[in-house]
Ligand binder design. Structure first.
Ligand code: 4AD
Length: 473
């Protein structure tokens, strides 16, 4: 058969170059655009290509000579092509992304993707092992679900920033290389900093606190690093941490603020058609949470767990799980002073099925900087003005607290935790040069996204997740 070589018809009107997402105003015009072959269907001499460029999807119709070239007959998924043609509204009763399709009069391959053994779909399908999926994350991202999650992530970061700015918070960018711990030495990533010990930041909180006297209320969106058991559905070794700090507030103000930020951000996302469509695609039954959120004290939560027969694994003094003769863990009731473990917390949020603040955790369980609640009588344990916001399906997405405002009390807290106060001199100075009642919180962006977009694990909510078990791409 004779080889057909396509020639662009010079008598046609000049084509306007545009991205797929911007085509609607160009209907009935001749346009050109480029992208990746997302779907490919051959039907009686007509080739239907769905083209993808990140801004959207475009159905392209190739027919006649346009569909009979060697390139057309050997076209593969994920090849890059440029297409030129007339943009037409799809006929009644038919659907296509954007409501239009491109009737192609000229096109060319820019970068062919392999077929056969090495074809894109083969590569993705044959391997379902999660670690191999992680290895192929750069290809998985091309899928409709993974890319929708990342688009929603971008939208929610923008919406959070808008909401925080509306609440008069200023964005700052604290450092990642630090010489102080915030959330305990056990989860620090240590590194050598010009022959001095340093860490990757666990939280920007301490730096945000230093901004209050000069910048007022502040927030940041910064990576935090935790060397911890990240085999769970909600732990990463590196995650995006949205943190905020507010001056001259009470503990109640803090919880009211967190609730307002979450709800106003969620409403913005639902009101914007593009992000609303992404939420509908990923989480079709999503509805905005009702206010006010439930607020339950830690002590009441312990009671609630026992009333609902939710137990935890018994541990010995070294923290090892105690097992019976058959090897199963011994389950025991919760008591005041116990950490509420992930499994119990998850069951509680699943039963209550609504966002809730758990507040007032025992001092021993919490970080050194947290303000204590006024003591209820002379004896007994002390509790902190701390709160976790728990969401159904995910569990804790926000951790916050009021901070110790008094210098002496802070020095005593360093001592209790065995922390050398020397490298914290600048943090202590905040209490010396005009202290104030203040508090703040950190929100795990991947956890919030897992809740909003109904993802099974936070790994799906990160561009390139880092976990204890792998760091491939
Ligand atoms: O509760 P955390 O440890 O609180 C702090 O770091 C405070 N200093 C924040 C502050 O007050 N400025 O962490 C806050 C949130 C958690 O609620 C969770 O959503 C997220 O950070 N987070 C993680 N997300 C993914 N992987 C991990 N390993 C995480 N650890 C915490």
């Amino acid at each position: 058969s004779k080889k057909i070589v396509l020639q662009e018809d010079a008598t046609l009107p000049a084509a306007v170059k545009a991205k797929i997402g911007n085509l609607t105003p160009l209907r009935s015009k001749r346009i050109r655009t480029s992208g990746w072959v997302h779907r490919l269907r051959d039907q009686k001499e007509i080739i239907f290509v769905v083209l993808r460029d990140g801004t959207g999807y475009l159905q392209c119709v190739l027919s006649g000579q346009v569909a009979q070239t060697y390139e057309a007959l050997t076209l593969t998924l994920e090849s890059t092509i440029e297409v030129i043609g007339t943009l037409k509204t799809v006929p009644d009763g038919q659907t296509a992304p954007g409501g239009h399709e491109l009737v192609v009069d000229y096109w060319k391959v820019l970068g062919a993707s392999p077929g056969g053994e090495d074809a894109f779909t083969n590569k993705l399908n044959e391997k379902s092992d999660p670690s191999i999926q992680a290895d192929l994350r750069h290809l998985v991202l091309r899928g409709e679900t993974a890319s929708a999650v990342l688009k929603l992530r971008a939208a929610l970061l923008t919406a959070f920033r808008q909401t925080l700015i509306e609440h008069d918070l200023l964005e700052v960018t604290p450092p990642c290389l630090v010489q102080t711990q915030v959330e305990g030495g056990a989860t620090l990533f240590k590194l050598d900093y010009y022959n001095q010990p340093a860490f990757l930041t666990q939280s920007s909180q301490l730096y945000l606190e230093t901004c209050l006297p000069s910048l007022g209320d502040v927030f940041c969106v910064q990576e935090s690093f935790r060397a911890e058991n990240s085999h769970t559905r909600r732990h990463l070794s590196e995650y995006t941490h949205l943190e905020a700090e507010l001056a001259f507030i009470t503990f109640t103000d803090l919880m009211d603020h967190i609730e307002a930020i979450i709800c106003e951000t969620t409403n913005k996302l639902l009101q914007n058609p593009a992000s609303a469509a992404l939420i509908k695609q990923l989480n079709p039954t999503f509805t905005a949470p009702e206010r006010p959120f439930l607020r339950m004290s830690y002590v009441d939560a312990i009671k609630w767990l026992n009333e609902h027969d939710i137990k935890h694994e018994a541990e010995d003094a070294e923290g090892n799980v105690i097992r019976d003769e058959s090897g199963s863990p011994v389950m025991v009731e919760h008591k005041v002073g116990d950490d509420i473990a992930e499994a119990a917390e998850r069951r509680m949020t699943d039963i209550l099925a609504r966002p809730m603040f758990l507040y007032g955790f025992p001092t021993e369980l919490k970080a050194f900087y947290m303000k204590k609640m006024p003591r209820d009588g002379a004896a007994g344990p002390t509790f902190t003005e701390s709160c976790d916001l728990l969401m159904p399906g995910v569990g804790e997405i926000v951790g916050g607290s009021m901070r110790i405002a008094d210098e002496e009390e802070l020095l005593a807290a360093y001592k209790r935790e065995g922390i050398d106060p020397a490298p914290y001199y600048w943090f202590t100075d905040q209490r010396k040069y005009g202290t104030c009642e203040h508090g703040g919180y950190g929100l795990g962006v991947e956890r919030f996204l897992a809740w909003l977009g109904k993802r099974f694990t936070v790994r799906e909510c990160s561009l390139y997740p880092r976990c204890a078990t792998f760091m491939f791409v």
